[in-house]
Design a protein around this ligand. Sequence first.
Ligand code: AQP
Length: 329
Amino acid sequence: MERILSGIKPTGQLTLGNYIGALRHFKDFQDNGEVFIFIADLHALTLPIDPEVLRQNSRDIAAFYLASGLDPKKATIFLQSTVSAHSELNSIVQNYLYMGELSRMTQFKDKSAKMNDKEIGLGLFAYPVLMAADILLYDAKTVPVGEDQLQHIELARDLVHRFNHKYGDILVMPQGKVNKVGARIMSLSDPTKKMSKSDPKGDIFLKDDMKTIRKKIMSAVTDMEALVYYDPVNKPGVSNLLTIYAALNDITIEEAAKHFEGCTRYGDFKKEVADTVERELAPFKARYEEIIASGEYLDVLKEGAKKANAIANVTLKRVQNAVGLLTLE
Ligand code: AQP
């Protein structure tokens, strides 16, 4: 059975972008492969974050995972920091990725550009190394990601080429998989920018109440043309709303555009988008509330840590042996 791995960083409150680009697809994976879904809490430390906020975000993600339909009997759900092999493999594989290639990573350039030099930690620069370790530990072949993570997957693939060329067939080659629709949901207030939890301008948060969510959609930035069609360059706001509508209705962008063909009233268009979002998110949010109140996610994370550790340690040993570290068992 093919191994599939994905995760979300608890850097902020989850957004509709995280839901459409990631969460919504997880339950389908568990029927088609051996699934590992983690909370990337070590990655969250690469940007300044308050400890209590980090803990709360991590609890929320665990509950959102379960609310999304992930079944802990089928999927291994765990916290990255509870599997020490992530850090151990990171410290080995960092020697096979180079400063030049890491400094070309768009995500690093974007995030560091917003910070002053004294705030930029080594962890932010080395983020793709830990991400490679995350993937390689589970011999994952398929890694569902948003478009902007593809560059990191390419780096992980370069690492595997280099490593296997030197030591033999040790690491499994991962492949990034991007959704056809909704791989990049944009901010509602500036639709030229990605909706991002660590830069929460124009975000819809999954914890927002439905009234707030509808209000945000109704006041989303559009344009002066008053005609609904898909043109992400000249009509980024309308195109973003069409993308949200298409993704949540499981239809193509073309089908969504056809549905609204000739629509000249943005108010009507937005209302229909808001109805779609509400239909999808209202039951999901209700499940989340139940799960967070019951605390059942804690046992899931404990059990997940056991399963993940057992699998990750096998890969770690294989790598340690290959590079010449003495393993005593
Ligand atoms: N706007 C988005 N549209 C579609 N998919 C998105 N994802 C994130 N934002 C969008 C997907 O959600 C998952 C979580 O990824 P992550 O937490 O590892 O980091 P990210 O991709 O960098 O997401 P954010 O929300 O922008 O986080 P910050 O602000 O912390 O960097 C991934 O599958 C991602 O593609």
